[in-house]
Design a protein around this ligand. Structure first.
Ligand SMILES: Cc1cc2nc3c(=O)[nH]c(=O)nc-3n(C[C@H](O)[C@H](O)[C@H](O)COP(=O)(O)O)c2cc1C
Length: 474
């Protein structure tokens, strides 16, 4: 299945029984709480909710999207799963898909559905869109939660697109929080440090393939549109924004353009963040002054609401990207990676390897912790042997309990890259450092031959016996 836009995707996913339609829910807390009940209390993984007839917003809809389901991810990414797949099989399939990707340049088209309505200058009114208040503790209504912020590097000329939360402020302005060190933050700073306005465009509803790419760590210097085109196997169609000339998906539901101006900030947050805390209270963040908006008729605002402990898709995609990056450095014998949802997909990460030489486990462990795909906001990085499934916490705890000698096998990195969203970063204005524990839970290489055998029959004999006694299990 190849989805061109959000509407195609909704139709496809509805056939899979994964869309719930809800009418007349209020955008303040009610929509967010209904979604939380479905995801967390009812544990309906992968069910997106399409809200319509939103009081006060006739003709507008909101899709609370989720990609927390292997079938939805494979349909969105256009790859097939093996039967009886495990979590690691899906990570591997995703990793193989992106390892084979060659970016396909985006295609500029004259016009597209996003231009059905164009409003500029005095006509700009961002408050016409049903930005939700997700929980009662949020600092404001968030218009940008599953969106793409488009900026062009002023020195190198390439276009970056990332998901960075945006809180509605008034008719013509919206704030933009980007964590330190993200490509988007580096680009924006280049303009602001030179006292120049930073042109920004934003898409607020597009094919979820773009969401998967915008919200995860695409390699530096590659435009996310071109990367997504490579995954899709055909170019992403974009129009050039009438205000900034920045490329905007032609099939976007809603898009805006404007500028961040040096020193032009406003209070932003708190927001329910990925470590499952309101990571920081209200802080001053840059505004985007909006000059132009575009939207389709009956637009659908795409919303991502982070619910405690649930972010399978981010675990999956980040594990696959991390694995692909390590392999691209020439590291072989990686058997799997899993970045735990409970660690916000960043703070508790496990890699399993087949050890081939002295020092192999530590070499992999250090790189695992610090390559671009893994360096941001980590805490626990653990290496285990290939017989351990990194996505199985029981296996991991067994390896930690029996193969790791804490005094010898745990080392630390201090002053590592973090974010104000880290609950253990107490200075929310600067000093965004944390430390990393690098945990080697592999059998010491020199003892691979004489380490005690795990109890139980061998896998081969288990299989043979299973087949021979099949009538017992029928
Ligand atoms: C739903 C969602 C919301 C996100 N919100 C933010 C955010 O508010 N700020 C931020 O810096 N990163 C956020 N991220 C993570 C970035 O989008 C991600 O790290 C991305 O790779 C950044 O792109 P960049 O490396 O090109 O800057 C979010 C990711 C997702 C999936």
């Amino acid at each position: 299945m190849l989805f061109n836009d959000l509407r195609d995707w909704i139709a496809g996913v509805e056939k899979m029984g994964k869309i719930l339609r809800v009418s007349k829910a209020d955008r303040d807390k009610e929509m967010g709480t209904i979604y939380e009940i479905v995801a967390r209390k009812l544990k309906k993984s992968g069910v997106s909710i399409l809200f319509d007839d939103i009081p006060g917003f006739a003709g507008h809809r909101c899709l609370f999207s989720t990609y927390d389901d292997p079938e939805i991810i494979s349909a969105t990414m256009n790859f097939s799963l093996v039967e009886n797949y495990s979590t690691l099989d899906v990570v591997r399939a995703y990793k193989e898909k992106i390892r084979a990707v060659s970016p396909i340049p985006r295609k500029v088209v004259e016009t597209g559905p996003v231009m059905e309505n164009v409003e500029r200058g005095d006509d700009v009114n961002m408050l016409q869109f049903p930005a939700p208040l997700l929980t009662e503790f949020d600092g404001g209504r968030y218009l940008g939660t599953d969106h793409g912020v488009i900026m062009k590097d002023p020195d190198e000329g390439w276009v970056n697109v990332g998901t960075y939360r945006m809180m509605a402020q008034d008719k013509k302005s919206i704030s933009l929080f980007i964590s330190p060190g993200k490509q988007g933050q580096v680009i924006r700073k280049k303009y602001l440090d030179r006292n120049l306005p930073c042109p920004v465009a934003v898409t607020f509803g597009h094919s979820p393939l773009l969401s998967l790419v915008f919200g995860t760590e695409t390699p530096n210097g590659i435009c996310e549109y071109d990367y997504a085109g490579g995954i899709k196997g055909e170019p992403i169609e974009v129009i050039e924004g009438p205000e900034t000339g920045l490329p905007i998906p032609a099939h976007s539901e809603i898009a805006i353009e404007g500028y961040c101006i040096p020193g032009d900030n406003a209070p932003e947050g708190p927001y329910p963040e990925w470590p499952d805390y309101y990571g920081s209270s209200s802080r001053s963040e840059p505004l985007v002054r909006v000059k132009s908006i575009m939207y389709r008729n009956n637009p659908i605002l795409l919303v991502s609401h982070h619910v405690r402990g649930i972010c399978f898709f981010r675990s999956l995609v980040r594990s696959a990207l991390h694995w692909a990056e390590l392999e691209s450095l020439g590291l072989r014998d990686i058997k799997g990676i899993w970045r735990y949802e409970e660690g916000g997909t960043r703070e508790f990460n496990v890699i399993s390897i087949k050890q081939r030489y002295y020092g192999h486990a530590r070499q992999i462990l250090h790189l695992f912790s610090q390559v671009p795909a893994g360096a941001y906001a980590g805490r626990w990085d653990i290496v285990v042997d290939g017989d351990i499934d990194p996505s199985n916490i029981k296996d991991v705890v067994w390896a930690l309990s029996t193969r790791c000698d804490p005094a010898k096998d745990i080392s630390f990195i201090e002053r590592a890259r973090s974010t104000p969203l880290d609950p253990l970063v107490f200075d929310k204005e600067k000093n965004y450092y944390n430390s990393r524990a690098l945990v080697d839970a592999c059998i010491p290489y020199e003892h691979l031959g004489d380490f005690p055998r795990p109890i139980g029959a061998s896998e081969e004999y288990l299989e043979e016996t299973y087949k021979k006694w099949q009538h017992l299990w029928a």
